[in-house]
Structure formats: C-alpha cells, structure tokens
Design a protein around this ligand. Structure first.
Ligand SMILES: Nc1ncnc2c1ncn2[C@@H]1O[C@H](COP(=O)(O)OP(=O)(O)OP(=O)(O)O)[C@@H](O)[C@H]1O
Ligand SMILES: [Mg+2]
Length: 277
C-alpha cells in the first residue's frame, strides 16, 4: 500500500512526555488544526482548515455531502494514513503537539482518540470479548481487571442493564442501537480522551438515536466528543460548538447557539435553514 503522508514540520518530537502535556493548554483546546490541507490525488478535500476543539465539550461538524466532514475527523487520529494517495500538510496538534510530526506513536493516538462509525461494527465475537478487545491488545490480561473494565465501559455506554446476562452471547445478536452502544463501550474501554463519531445515529431508529444522544451528553463530563451529523436538530440539541464546512473549507465555527441563531455567514444560514444541501 502506498501511504504518502507529507509532513511539513519534520522536527522529531518526543511523545513520551505527552502525559505531562495534559492540561497544560491554558485555552483548554485539546485538538488544534493549523493550516491543514489534505488531498486525495488531485482532489483538494480539506482547504486550509484552522480549528480549535475544546476539551470536554461536544463539537458538531455539519455540511453538505462530500464537503470533507469524515475526512476531517479521520485526520484527527490519522485514519487517513491508510488511504492510498492521501497527502496531508499543516498540523493537527493534540495537547499542543503535532500528531503528524512523527510516525512513531500512531497506535497511541488511536487509543487516545477513539472512533465510532456510521454503521455499528461489532466484531463477530461475544459482547464481553468486544469490549475486552482493546484492553487485551494493550496487554491487560488479568481476568478480574478485564471484568471490571468491561462492566465499567458497558455502564458508561448505558448498555450494562440490557446485556449483563448476555455477556457471552454473540454481539451480532444485539439490536442496531445496542450494537452502536457496544461500539461506544468498546471505544471507552481503552480510556480515550476524545471520541470521534461519524454520523453515529444515522442508521438508528428515533428511540435508539435518543439513547445515543443522552449518552453523548453524559460522556462530555469525562471525554471530548466530536460528532459529524446531517441532522440539524441533533447538532443543535447535543453540541456546544458547531463547525460548518462547505466544499473542503471551514466556513464558520462558533458556539452552537450562535451558529444556529445568529450565523455570521450567508452560506451557513442557507445551509441550516435548508436552502441547500
Ligand atoms: N478514500 C477516499 N479516496 C478518494 N477520495 C475520497 C476518499 N474519501 C473521501 N474522498 C473525497 O473527499 C471529499 C470529501 O469526502 P468526505 O467523505 O470527507 O465527505 P463528507 O462530508 O463526510 O460527506 P458525507 O456527508 O457524504 O459523508 C469528497 O470529494 C470525496 O469524494
Ligand atoms: Mg462522511
């Protein structure tokens, strides 16, 4: 596979001190994009994005199909690296450090910045093993410890009561909404700091969507959530900040209330009032 990741700032950085960098950012920005550009071959999919994501808040990313929402959130944990002919320049700083400055710690970033996809994607194994999967990869093998992590993660994902008697059953037997919460529990089990969600409720019925929205509200006490959604009501309901994108550009970013009630740009207003998209 041809992976091209061009790195503007080649300065080698020592990532072992990331822990000590936690909480040092006085502006409480956990992720910052600086002049971020991304191309798929000649398709300039992200154009000079500058964006600051606040810690322990929910940020919604909205915009019409193909504007680069998924590309942007995938770049936050370097998931675009595996896409052939994807070229990136600029910086994405996590706790102030450019995650593209070194190729050494990609696994560490993916542990700290988890991802939930549009379609629930449980692994074809038991409910327990799905949640224990990440911790086992990160060398947690003690049975008691694993049981504790699985229970805590399922409780945080508000799924425990529904599956506590089915832990050994296949995850594939859960409903779609339960599978999505299982995927969230699986992401939480490795103690991430940021959870990226790409249209996490678009394949769910309104009741399951409501449960995920309630859950997102709970999660922000402990985690930073970045959610892509096509549902304007959902963005308005659950997010603190909203980022509106259009054809690869970040058009407007601000507090959700301001974006929805007093957008500064005509394009934003047209989009949120349904005049295009
Ligand atoms: N793996 C890929 N290879 C090549 N081009 C891609 C790839 N993924 C996305 N693109 C292109 O990059 C642009 C942005 O796509 P992206 O999937 O980020 O949009 P999106 O805003 O998430 O759209 P949607 O709302 O439909 O999910 C589009 O032109 C798309 O065709
Ligand atoms: Mg998308």
């Amino acid at each position: 596979m041809n992976i091209k990741v061009s790195i503007r700032n080649n300065k080698k950085e020592n990532y072992s001190d990331l822990d000590s960098a936690r909480n040092l950012n006085e502006n409480n920005n956990i992720i910052e994009c600086k002049d971020l550009n991304l191309w798929y071959d000649d398709n300039h999919a992200l154009k000079n994005i500058n964006l600051k994501i606040k810690k322990n808040k929910v940020t919604a990313i909205i915009g019409p199909s193909g504007c680069g929402k998924s590309t942007l959130i995938r770049s936050f944990n370097r998931m675009n690296d595996v896409i052939e002919n994807c070229k990136i320049n600029g910086e994405i700083r996590f706790h102030g450090k450019n995650i593209y400055a070194s190729n050494n710690n990609v696994m560490q970033y993916r542990k700290r910045i988890g991802m939930i996809f549009q379609k629930p994607n449980p692994f074809p194994m038991s409910v327990f093993d799905n949640v224990a999967y990440g911790p086992r990869i990160h060398k947690v093998n003690d049975t008691n410890k694993l049981e504790e992590i699985v229970e805590t993660s399922l409780k945080r994902a508000v799924l425990w009561d529904e599956v506590c008697n089915r832990l050994k059953d296949s995850a594939m037997g859960l409903s779609g909404g339960q599978q999505q919460r299982l995927c969230i529990a699986r992401a939480l089990a490795v103690e991430p700091e940021v959870i990226l969600m790409d249209e996490p409720t678009s394949s769910l019925d309104p009741i399951s969507s409501g449960k995920i929205e309630d859950l997102i509200n709970q999660l922000k006490k402990k985690y930073t959530v970045i959610i892509v959604t096509h549902n304007m009501q959902q963005a308005a309901r659950i997010s603190d900040y909203t980022c509106f994108m259009y054809i690869g550009e970040l058009i407007e970013f601000g507090e959700t209330k301001q974006i929805f009630e007093r957008p500064k740009k005509r394009l934003t207003e047209n989009y949120i009032t349904g005049r295009f998209g």
